[in-house]
Write a protein that binds this ligand. Structure first.
Ligand code: AHG
Ligand code: MN
Ligand code: MN
Ligand code: MN
Length: 338
């Protein structure tokens, strides 16, 4: 990974990506620029905190059964409005909307489908802890007439781009179009995204793990075994001591892992045997898996590579183990032995 990067803008970076790789069409470049601009607007709203009308509950429930925060709804609206008129999308889907959102007839339709988690880490909004936005881009199926939910149900390997923003001490945008992972920092004075990390690579080994340990009594055997070994530290089979971090904003945990390694886990557990964990495949696990794999890491649901899962529902859950390749391979092995 290079961090002493020549300061170039997101626009220049995308133009050069387009020249270098035929995977970045002019329409995809427009899409990414529009999403990046929407993330700037969301960052501005987040930054207002108690000085704006953005804190607390919206008093409504989403399809997940979660009480929506005002910023969940505001961020969702910002992304919908920003992406409707450009002619780059055929439809959108969101954690905060039960069904897909079609492009209004007054606007041209494009060849891409986009899914997003408009505000990730909502439980951290009111306590000023880093939160973010996650997005995933698919191509619309050839010859698609009017988009349906079925058109979105493509495995993660079909993604043409994915990214996340973290609204933290800095506002950053991490992006992949399938040619590596790059990070842009928002220059608030100029209002522009500046390339600050190129070709991010996740260390293959780590001594840091992320899991919500309050669920330990519900975990299944492979996770009990894996975490049990970590907890034994130097005296146990791993022979070293481990550290833990759990921010409860997936974007912040993944950003830490991208920068210094680690393994992030949200396993399936016995609380809801029919729902494998809390995280959603289409707009949390798949985009993060794409980014992590492009940065040399790995991402599975325990036994299986996340990006090879054939989706069956827009809001389906999936267990997540992602990050430093050697750690993910170890815990994946325990699932495959089980
Ligand atoms: P969201 O706020 O978009 O619903 O996602 C929250 C997710 C994820 O960001 C985080 O890793 C996880 O929920 C935290 O879950 P717990 O609160 O159960 O620890
Ligand atoms: Mn939510
Ligand atoms: Mn989320
Ligand atoms: Mn969310």
């Amino acid at each position: 990974m290079t961090t002493n990067t020549k300061r170039i803008s997101l626009t220049q970076f995308l133009v050069e990506e387009q020249r270098l790789h035929n995977t970045v069409s002019a329409e995809l470049r427009l899409l990414i620029e529009v999403v990046a601009r929407a993330c700037k607007t969301i960052s501005h709203a987040v930054g207002k905190g108690a000085l704006g009308e953005v804190m607390g509950s919206a008093g409504s429930e989403n399809v997940q059964g979660e009480v929506q925060k005002k910023l969940d709804v505001i961020s969702n609206e910002i992304l919908l409005e920003a992406n409707e008129w450009g002619g780059h999308l055929a439809a959108m889907a969101s954690e905060e909307m039960e069904t897909i959102h079609l492009i209004p007839n007054r606007y041209p339709k494009g060849e891409y489908l986009m899914l997003f988690d408009p505000l990730d880490g909502s439980s951290n909004i009111d306590v000023n802890v880093s939160i973010g936005t996650i997005f995933s881009v698919l191509k619309a199926p050839e010859g698609m007439a009017s988009p349906t939910e079925q058109d979105f149900l493509q495995p993660g390997t079909h993604q043409v781009a994915a990214g996340y923003a973290v609204y933290g001490p800095q506002t950053v945008l991490v992006l992949t179009t399938g040619n590596g992972v790059n990070c842009f920092t928002l220059d608030r004075e100029m209002g522009s995204w500046v390339l600050t990390q190129q070709n991010i690579q996740i260390p293959a080994d780590t001594r840091e793990y992320a899991i919500n340990a309050s669920n330990a009594r519900h975990w299944y055997e492979p996770v009990q075994r894996y975490i049990g070994e970590l907890l034994e530290g130097k005296a146990g089979p791993r022979g070293v001591d481990f550290n833990t971090r759990w921010i409860a904003s997936m974007v912040a945990d993944v950003h830490r892992i991208l920068n210094r390694g680690g393994i992030f886990m949200y396993p399936a557990d016995a609380r809801e045997p029919d729902k494998p964990g809390k995280l959603r495949l289409m707009y949390e696990a798949n985009p993060m898996a794409f980014i992590v794999e492009q940065a040399g890491g790995a991402a599975t649901n325990g036994p299986q590579r996340i990006m090879e899962i054939q989706p069956t529902a827009l809001h389906q859950r999936v267990a997540v183990f992602l990050g430093s390749k050697n750690e993910v391979e170890r815990v994946t092995g325990y699932h495959q032995e089980a």
